[in-house]
Design a protein around this ligand. Structure first.
Ligand SMILES: Nc1nc2c(c(=O)[nH]1)N[C@H]1C(S)=C(S)[C@@H](COP(=O)(O)O)O[C@H]1N2
Ligand SMILES: [Mo]
Length: 252
């Protein structure tokens, strides 16, 4: 799809959703506010762009719905995961005391944090719903460090635009924009329903991002890379999901 038609599409969407008066104004807004997702190409590209642009304009700061303690699902469904591998089992035998979350990229103080360190940081909890693209969902309480806190600790540079996050499972990597990375409900979660995060639910550490579908809440988190450009990661579409036919932006 050419740059021009992409712009026209965004423009139409913006005019419709935000009531912008002129096409030129809307196109300029789209560029300025980074309303073009990394998977804008291909057959679904125009749809992805409209969804993302509209959500970013209208719901940038809104919170995912939080539930009460008694609404927590009694029997939450842990999605099946591929075998976790030798390295994982070695770390598990040591009660994950050697588990590290490495933070690198466009930061002034790259660092690796142990679980103990992450647990010593300020924590917040939320009771939210996790929704799989396959149709099931459950409500749980997640506890963890706000991602924004860690970004502040490492000194993310002002021009950064995305956080790329990876799992000990190499096929699972995702990225989010700074609106979601700095969002107060975006957690590096180490606890669930009042206990340690169980391995089946991504323990010892998963990302918990209640404003997007479940597949963006990557389990067994090992690395964050802060960047201003997603082109150099994988096939350049922003994450593993668009490589497999799913949307990069899975806002709900
Ligand atoms: N590393 C890793 N993260 C993952 C997955 C996975 O298989 N491996 N599955 C994803 C999908 S598709 C969903 S819906 C949620 C499921 O989370 P749950 O196990 O808490 O139900 O985790 C996501 N994170
Ligand atoms: Mo899923």
């Amino acid at each position: 799809m050419s740059k021009l038609s992409r712009r026209q599409l965004i423009t139409t969407g913006l005019a419709a959703t935000a009531g912008a008066s002129g096409l030129v104004v809307a196109a300029r807004l789209a560029d300025r506010y980074g309303l073009i997702p990394p998977d804008f190409g291909g057959i679904y590209g125009p749809g992805e762009t409209l969804t993302y642009a509209a959500q970013r304009l209208l719901t940038r700061h809104s919170l995912a719905r939080e539930f009460s303690q008694r609404q927590i699902s009694r029997d939450p469904f842990a999605n099946e995961v591929a075998p976790l591998g030798e390295e994982f089992h070695r770390l598990q035998q040591g009660a994950f005391s050697d588990w590290l979350l490495t933070v690198d990229g466009m930061v002034t103080r790259p660092a690796s944090f142990s679980l103990a360190e992450l647990k010593s940081f300020p924590r917040r909890s939320h009771i939210t719903m996790i929704q799989c693209e396959e149709g099931w969902s459950y409500i749980g309480e997640w506890t963890g460090v706000p991602l924004s806190h860690v970004l502040e600790l490492v000194g993310a540079l002002p021009q950064v635009r995305y956080v790329v996050y990876r799992s000990i499972q190499p096929d699972w990597w995702e990225s989010i924009d700074m609106a979601d990375a700095l969002h107060p409900q975006t957690l590096l979660a180490h606890g669930m329903n009042g206990s340690e995060l169980p391995v089946r639910f991504g323990g010892p550490l998963r990302l918990r991002l209640p404003r997007q579908l479940g597949y963006k809440s990557v389990k067994y988190l090992t690395r964050l890379t802060i960047t201003d450009n997603l082109k150099q990661f994988g096939k350049g579409l922003g994450s593993a999901s668009p490589e497999g036919g799913y949307a990069w932006y899975a806002g709900i």
